[in-house]
Design a protein around this ligand. Structure first.
Ligand code: ATP
Length: 263
């Protein structure tokens, strides 16, 4: 893959926390190429450095060694907790994100409405977060993440890396039915907006349901131990037999990896 064909390229990225004898190596020489428009799911044992990796890609932290090339991509991050401002309405939360991106005041209301429509929450503009279900709050969080990737006065084509959405267990706290619905939603938005997605999950079936590719990290320190392309046609069902079969293969490999490191 050439540099131009990647949205995100991690080359030998290591991350240590602390110094001297008390330092902890969280990531060890991770190399990973993500193509523009690709949906990549990251799996690994608890504490193997998945969130650390997303934080590095989001520039919330810096690698101790190695490089991360984003090819000019705009990056937004979404967590398990929607972290909306409770005193603002749904529209207010989105307008604030748009303001942070430099969208002029007169355009914000309309842009917020478009974003809300895109996550099927058009009728909930005036609600406050506590008046929404967990799944709805995550949809608002998704709309806000999309708002944070808007760049005013920039031609979309002028950003070679496009938009990279980093999702850290975004549906981990939701019930299975709501999660299923949100899988359909994120797949639709990924497709229609041509997003590149890096998605962390503990749920192997969820990774196979959503990913073009599932990347397995070793137990701490995290290294890429194996990659599984997901060949099944979309949309996939999380309870489909071929999803379950590939998920079982990946789970066996994950168990082996966890066992090897005694985690
Ligand atoms: N700011 C920090 N300072 C010190 N240690 C940290 C820091 N952030 C993460 N770590 C450590 O780095 C390791 C990797 O953490 P990280 O949260 O990235 O793992 P994870 O794979 O996302 O875990 P989980 O699956 O449980 O969410 C852990 O041992 C964690 O305690």
């Amino acid at each position: 893959m050439t540099a131009a064909a990647t949205a995100v390229r991690l080359s030998d990225v290591s991350k240590a926390f602390g110094t001297g004898g008390s330092s902890l190596l969280a990531l060890d020489q991770v190399s990973l190429d993500v193509a523009p428009g690709e949906f990549v799911c990251l799996l690994g044992a608890s504490g193997c450095g998945k969130s650390t990796l997303l934080n590095l890609v989001a520039d919330l932290d810096r690698p101790s060694a190695g490089t991360i090339d984003k090819n000019g991509a705009r990056v937004a991050l979404m967590f398990q907790e929607p972290a909306l401002f409770p005193w603002l309405t749904v529209t207010g939360n989105l307008e604030l994100a748009l303001k942070m991106r430099g969208v002029p005041r007169e355009d914000r209301r309309g842009r917020a409405a478009e974003l809300l429509d895109s996550v099927h929450l058009g009728g909930f503009a005036k609600k406050r977060p506590h008046q929404l279900s967990g799944g709805m709050r995550q949809r608002v969080a998704l709309a806000r993440a999309l708002a944070l990737t808007i760049e005013e006065n920039k031609n979309e084509d002028s950003v070679p890396g496009g938009t990279v959405l980093l999702m850290d267990e975004p549906f981990g706290a939701l019930d299975a039915m709501t999660r299923d619905l949100l899988h359909d939603e994120i797949e639709r938005i990924w497709r229609t907006r041509g997003l590149t997605v890096l998605f962390v999950t503990h749920n192997v079936r969820e990774a196979v349901r959503l990913g073009d590719r599932v990347v397995l990290l070793s137990s701490r320190p995290g290294r890429v131990v194996e990659e599984f392309p997901v060949p099944m046609e979309r949309p996939r069902r999380i309870d489909a037999a071929d999803v379950a079969t590939l998920a079982a293969t990946i789970t066996d490999r994950l168990r082996e990896e966890v066992g090897r490191h005694g985690a």
